[in-house]
Design a protein around this ligand. Structure first.
Ligand SMILES: [Zn+2]
Length: 352
């Protein structure tokens, strides 16, 4: 199945730091038009699209977070350089020579500056950089910066989408890859006229990168019986990795999560997902992520009595950098797997 590159481009390039998902939410709402029976936005900003199923006896929820890691402006110094705090988990070394956008009274480009290597002492050269070593240079003097930028403005990474071999490369594939998968799943259901087994709540969550917060509020509201977290995962299939470290590999298919640091997926759900992939000839690989959590944790627990939870992950190289990379066929496999799972849920024995 070919990937809709223009849609993926729009989704990935839209800004949306945690708590400031306005632009990406606007885009998601526009793309959902005609794909669901009802669409609402809750008080926190989560988008909840309901597609009615064959039966209303149970509820299915799938959640993809819309937010991306970003920064918040904390200070403008005397020379006009902008200081910031990270919002979400950044590896400081990945900030070197990055272009960013300050979302001030109007968008302003900036670059992440730090001390040139030529004037570093031997000790400094050997040290791992800290977030506080960096500042944002807008090329403007303090007076001009202050006209456009205020303390509390959000900053996101700048990196347009390119096609890279069989892959796509852009900022924010974590987790816009899954936002894309969820929208494409609703499109696929509409095109094939297949109905989900039960009422299907497709939820685009906020503030995942700072602690799965939107998923908590939306799961409390939806109260699903069955749930699917949708997120990216690490593909450490690169030089220097050992086979036991790789987690997943690009091009090996949709990843069926077994566990991460926040959730142990329900073994009945894992069996169902594997059997569904096999039945529909969808390429899949298992995923165990030893560090890092996903919305799946709150989908499983923020329901009285819990929900039967699993997760589909999109293998991603260079995650949490501006050069995140996913394989087009994996994206396609994720759409196929989610579509098949929501339609076939009533054909499984869910007894313990
Ligand atoms: Zn994520």
């Amino acid at each position: 199945m070919p990937i809709d590159i223009p849609l993926l481009t729009r989704i990935c390039e839209a800004p949306g730091a945690p708590g400031y998902e306005k632009e990406i939410r606007k885009l998601v709402l526009a793309e959902l038009s005609g794909l669901a029976d009802s669409i609402k936005v809750d008080a926190m900003g989560n988008v909840i699209a309901l597609k009615k199923g064959k039966s209303a006896s149970h509820k299915i929820m799938a959640a993809a977070h819309m937010d991306e890691i970003g920064f918040i402006v904390t200070h403008i110094d005397d020379k006009g350089f902008v200081r910031f705090n990270p919002v979400g988990g950044f590896d400081p070394k990945t900030l070197t020579s990055q272009r960013v956008i300050i979302h001030g009274s109007k968008d302003l480009m900036g670059v992440m500056g730090s001390k040139p290597v030529h004037i570093m002492s031997p000790e400094e050269k050997n040290k791992v950089p800290k977030i506080t070593d960096y500042f944002i240079d807008t090329g403007l003097p303090k007076k001009e910066v202050e006209k456009l930028v205020s303390i509390g403005d959000f900053v996101t990474r700048h990196s347009p989408l390119i096609e890279l071999g069989d892959c796509v490369n852009v900022k924010s594939l974590d987790n816009r890859a899954s936002v894309f998968v969820l929208i494409q799943t609703l499109r696929a259901l509409k095109a094939s006229k297949r109905k989900p087994a039960y009422d299907f709540h497709a939820v685009f969550t906020v503030q995942e990168e700072v602690g799965l917060r939107g998923a908590q509020a939306s799961a409390l509201q939806v109260q699903p019986d069955f749930s699917f977290g949708l997120d990216t995962t690490i593909a450490y299939d690169i030089p220097g990795s050992t086979p036991q470290e790789r987690c997943t590999a690009l091009g090996e298919g949709a990843a069926i999560k077994l566990m991460d640091s926040s959730v142990i997926c329900d073994y009945r759900m894992i069996e169902f997902m594997k059997a569904t992939a096999k039945r529909h000839h969808i390429k899949w690989q298992p995923e165990i992520l030893s560090a890092g959590g996903t919305d799946t944790a709150n989908l499983q627990r923020m329901v009285a009595g819990g929900s039967i939870a699993g997760a589909i992950s999109v293998p991603t190289r260079h995650i949490h950098q501006t050069i995140e990379t996913c394989h087009k066929e994996d994206l396609s496999a994720c759409v196929q797997l989610l579509s098949a799972c929501v339609c076939d849920l009533d054909q499984h024995d869910w007894n313990f």
